[in-house]
Design a protein. Structure first.
Lengths: 356, 302
């Protein structure tokens, strides 16, 4: 019975391979899984690894699948926690199973930068109106008087401006278009604000941060938006942007914190959750003089009611992220949370608890 | 015609043929050479991508292939070292689960299609559906299993990943096994029937053993294909930075080489990018081994 032999040996091989790895960990370990936004992934993954290393018997991990997929996983209850750059909108919050409940915690913040490809990669200053015109598709050449005036030292090439945008649905696009829609009504109407928007046809699409960065590198005269952390780690040139106060500001930790300082949290509760603070806030066009104009918080999504053992680990994990974890943030290109925000999150953290 | 005359004629013929031999510039010979040259050129051109990919993988990933890389846990950002151990194990386990499901079902289906009732309505339908399934986008297999298993079990798991792979392996196994089983000479089967064998005996003792090399080829090709799949695992097994935790761990998110490559290649850190190259090399080598095995085992003809 050759067939039976083949089947038997295959089954045996599978069982063996499964058993072979059984001794690697004992059965009483707690495994906690989170998934969501790719923007904070390097930071959350580091927290998860360091936290698990310090706590015997806990395996906590975070996987990057994108903000939208993270929210879907949270609603389908396939994860223990999720993360999203766009928080959750009211509709999504209403869809959370009521026996679970949700609390949204800002955990870190980041900036979106404009990277470009000009001869010699000089330090570029980008006036507000020029930036809006470029991303509306109205300005298509680098030889522009306003640009020349803001950058007297740069000899602009006779190249066309090639705008590189994200081709995938992206939290980075959400934050970037959020700023432009705040600053310009025309942009809000023509292009819109969202994870994927109605970009002008002439723009070139590329997937993920690395795709956009590579496309900019290959195309003389290109400009595009990427995350600050990514740009910093790979040494991309970054433009100084003109903020609402009229100052040109470089992206960085200090200018990012200045932007977040102007965040005013809503005073009400999360819709449908009396007593749960609404920690969703966007700083789409900060007013401070030292503020970098495109900065945002990013949120973790936690269930309010769950297994107490898991809830305790999650609370400890958030505590770790709020305190020790914030020290990892700047060197990885994230902005540490301001003290007042940290206090709010610590308060809201108490809601992550036992099942109802 | 006398013998002498015919010999003379033959000589004449030979003499007239002589200028043809070795003439490079004669029309047909020249054409033949040009076409042969073009064929060689195209063959080299076609294999160029394969060899350039292999070269790139060895050049960029080869340096990182060592014991630590093959066994350690994936690193976090700004960490040095680390490895792809959980991904290698995860890929092996999920392909194992996929095989355990699809090989028995696939071969039994092939026996039905080739031997039991090749022209029945059921067989025609099943054959048609298997062919449709070969063109099935792999991401849809993932979405299907996500909807059926992940949402209802409320967790990503190695089971879900393995089942998604099984869906993709099944048509390859069914169709190749059916083809080889059909080629088993009718004479051999008739001889067995003549000796009083039942149909089950004929299938088990004659058809399957004779067609086995071909069946194994199909199975190994399906396994090689499954090992390289990433799309169906994205929504079913997700990924994990830890080893599969015993039998219970099969119900948790599980790492795989293809998803590790996808995740790490987009990161801005050199360490992760190097590991993505190393993982690519390991994956390609695994697939290459299965493909070569399939060639070698399938060569044996009946």
């Amino acid at each position: 019975m050759v067939f039976a032999n083949v089947a038997r040996s295959t089954l045996a091989a599978c069982t063996l391979s499964a058993l072979a790895f059984a001794p690697l960990a004992s059965a009483d370990e707690i495994q906690l899984n989170g998934s969501g936004a790719s923007f904070p992934f390097p930071l959350y993954a580091k927290w998860a690894k360091d936290f698990s290393r310090k706590h015997k018997g806990i395996q906590l991990q975070y996987q990057a699948v994108g903000s939208g997929a993270g929210i879907r996983a949270f609603l389908a209850e396939t994860v223990d926690f999720a993360a999203s750059d766009a928080a959750m909108n009211d509709e999504e919050i209403a869809k959370v199973p009521t026996d679970k409940g949700v609390v949204l915690l800002p955990m870190t913040a980041g900036e979106v930068v404009l990277s470009y490809n000009l001869p010699g990669n000089p330090e570029l200053k980008l006036p507000r109106d020029v930036m809006q015109d470029i991303f509306l598709g109205k300005l298509t050449t680098w030889r522009d008087e306003r640009l020349q005036q803001a950058n007297p030292g740069i000899d602009f090439p006779d190249d066309d401006i090639t705008v590189v945008r994200r081709s995938d649905s992206s939290g980075t696009t959400y934050v970037f278009t959020g700023h432009l829609a705040c600053a310009s009504d025309e942009f809000k109407q023509e292009v819109g604000h969202g994870k994927s928007v109605n970009w002008p046809k002439s723009f070139v699409g590329a997937p993920k941060n690395d795709g956009v960065a590579a496309m900019i590198k290959q195309t003389p005269g290109a400009i595009g938006y990427i995350e600050y952390g990514y740009a910093e780690a790979t040494g991309q040139p970054m433009a100084s942007l003109q903020n609402k106060a009229g100052e040109f500001v470089k992206p960085g930790e200090a200018s990012g914190q200045a932007a977040l300082a102007s965040a005013e949290f809503p005073s009400g509760d999360l819709p449908g959750y009396a007593g749960t603070p609404d920690l969703r806030v966007w700083v789409c066009d900060p007013t401070g003089e030292a503020a970098y104009p495109i900065a945002t918080f990013t949120w973790m999504l936690m269930y309010q009611h769950q297994d107490e053992e898991k809830a305790q680990v999650l609370r400890e994990f958030i505590e770790y992220g709020l305190n020790k974890g914030q020290k990892d943030a700047p060197k990885m290109g994230y902005i540490p949370l301001p003290e007042n925000v940290k206090a709010k999150v610590e308060d809201a953290l108490k809601l992550v608890g036992d099942s109802k | 015609m006398t013998r002498v005359a015919s010999e003379a004629l033959l000589e004449q013929d030979l003499a007239s043929m002589k200028p043809l031999q070795g003439s490079l510039l004669e029309g047909r010979s020249l054409k033949s050479r040009i076409y042969t040259g073009i064929t060689w050129g195209l063959a080299i051109l076609a294999s160029l991508p394969l060899f350039s990919v292999l070269y790139m993988l060895i050049a960029k990933g080869g340096a990182r292939i060592n014991w630590e890389t093959l066994t350690a846990l994936p690193p976090a950002a700004f960490e040095f070292g680390g490895g792809i151990g959980p991904a290698i194990v995860g890929t092996a386990i999920m392909v194992g689960i996929g095989s355990a499901i699809s090989i028995p079902i696939g071969i039994l289906a092939a026996i039905y299609l080739a031997e039991v009732a090749p022209h029945s309505k059921l067989a025609e339908t099943a054959r048609f559906l298997a062919k449709v399934l070969t063109g099935f986008p792999s991401i849809l297999a993932g979405v299907f299993v996500y909807a059926v298993l992940v949402v209802s079990m409320k967790t990503y798991s190695a089971w879900a990943g393995g089942i998604a792979l099984a869906v993709l392996m099944l048509p390859t196994i069914i169709l190749t096994a059916e083809e080889t089983l059909k080629q088993v000479p009718q004479k051999m089967k008739d001889a067995a029937y003549g000796m009083g064998c039942t149909r089950a005996q004929v299938v088990a003792a004659v058809t399957l053993p004779t067609g086995l090399p071909g069946v194994i080829t199909g199975v190994l090709l399906a396994v090689a294909g499954a090992a390289g799949e990433s799309a169906p695992l994205l929504f079913t097994a997700l990924f994990s930075t830890y080893y599969v935790n015993g039998l219970e761990g099969l119900g948790q998110p599980t790492a795989s080489l293809s998803i590790l490559i996808y995740n790490f290649s987009g990161m801005p850190y050199d360490n992760q990018i190097e590991l993505a190259w190393a993982a690519s090399l390991v994956l390609v080598l695994i697939i290459l081994v299965f493909n070569i095995l399939a060639r070698v085992l399938g060569r044996q003809k009946f």
